[in-house]
Design a protein around this ligand. Structure first.
Ligand SMILES: Nc1nc2c(c(=O)[nH]1)N[C@H]1C(S)=C(S)[C@@H](COP(=O)(O)O)O[C@H]1N2
Ligand SMILES: [Mo]
Length: 328
């Protein structure tokens, strides 16, 4: 289909609703009571404790808030400085809210509570869980990770979360499962970028089961010692730091275990540029970005890029004997 082959830089950024319109709309919804009325109407399985408190504004509060900052896992440290929160929280890729970096204001319109998560596919029993409930069952820890976008910028952040392997354990998967498919929410009323019909919404990403259960694969629930801000992909966002950033899917609503390799969002748009594997590799240039070096956000410094983004020791064994995995 011709329209799908439109490149990112050809897409107009002017049709994104401005922040002020967003906030005015929210204010209208709040004062008219519509926003409050919309909360809590979805009966969510597994969310039966009724303990969620309502704040004055009508938004539900985070029952896991007291668990931040979580204890830091010393196995995951960095040899570079942590990127400044003021920079990383205002420079984000989240196409649901616009095809540019200044989406942090618009992303605040996303209601993350209640948030239903489905675990389905080749599992013993389909699970429908409330995200807060899921997180409350998981061991939270802090890890210092690199993040490397295919656009050749990089950051280093203290994520809080739990190993994806814990979620795989909870899912009780059947034998023969080979992939984990993850899907972002779909709500064009709130995420105006999803009205840009030439994108294959909702955003989808996938990993092999071996990748998903590798110790580095992390399900992020917080950052900088606090629950995750919306622009970073609250309430559940993946981090697979040895792969290009687009693999780290945000605001997940569905985990599907399958025998078939999922087609990722960017792979669907342009498989030659954004393949399924997307392992960071300085020797394989992207048509628009040499991958040899990267800019550290907020510093103006460029540094050499490393194979697997510096995580070869942890993950190289996953790809031995298959060259294509080192390509795209
Ligand atoms: N749902 C969704 N997830 C997404 C994206 C997106 O547009 N939508 N962008 C990806 C890309 S390209 C990158 S680099 C990271 C950016 O994460 P950050 O904004 O928290 O730095 O999120 C990834 N996850
Ligand atoms: Mo990215």
């Amino acid at each position: 289909m011709l329209i799908k082959n439109r490149r990112r830089w050809e897409i107009s950024e002017n049709d994104v609703t401005s922040e002020s319109i967003f906030f005015n709309r929210r204010r209208f919804l709040k004062t008219s009571g519509l926003l409050v009325a919309g909360i809590g109407t979805g009966l969510v399985a597994g969310c039966d404790d009724g303990a969620e408190a309502e704040t004055v504004s009508g938004a539900l509060s985070d029952p896991n808030a007291a668990r931040y900052p979580a204890p830091r896992n010393a196995n995951f440290t960095l040899t570079r400085e942590i990127s400044r929160e003021e920079v990383t929280s205002r420079y984000n890729n989240f196409y649901e809210f616009g095809s540019h970096k200044r989406i942090s204001g618009a992303a605040q319109a996303l209601e993350i509570r209640p948030w239903q998560v489905v675990i389905d596919g080749d599992v013993d029993k389909v699970l429908t869980l409330d995200a807060d409930d899921l997180i409350s069952r998981m061991p939270l820890e802090e890890r210092l990770y690199r993040h490397r976008c295919v656009e050749a910028w990089a950051m280093a952040v203290p994520w809080t979360g739990f190993p994806v392997a814990e979620l795989v354990k909870l899912a009780n998967i059947k034998s023969g499962v080979r992939y984990l498919r993850m899907e972002t929410f779909h709500n064009p009323d709130v995420a105006t970028g999803q009205n840009e019909f030439w994108y294959p919404w909702p955003y989808v990403e996938g990993l092999t089961i071996e990748e998903a259960t590798n110790d580095l694969a992390f399900m992020v629930t917080g950052v900088y010692g606090k629950p995750l801000p919306k622009q970073f992909g609250a309430p559940l966002r993946l981090s697979v730091p040895w792969k290009y950033g687009f693999k780290s899917v945000k605001s997940i609503v569905r985990f599907t275990f399958t025998k078939e390799r999922p087609v990722s969002f960017w792979e669907d748009i342009n498989a030659a540029e954004y393949g399924f594997w997307a392992n960071v590799n300085p020797e394989v240039p992207h048509p628009r970005w040499s991958q040899a070096t990267e800019e550290l956000l907020g510093t103006g410094k460029r540094v050499p890029t490393q194979l697997f983004n510096g995580y070869a020791e942890e993950v190289a064994h996953l790809y031995t004997g298959n060259e294509t995995m080192l390509y795209r």
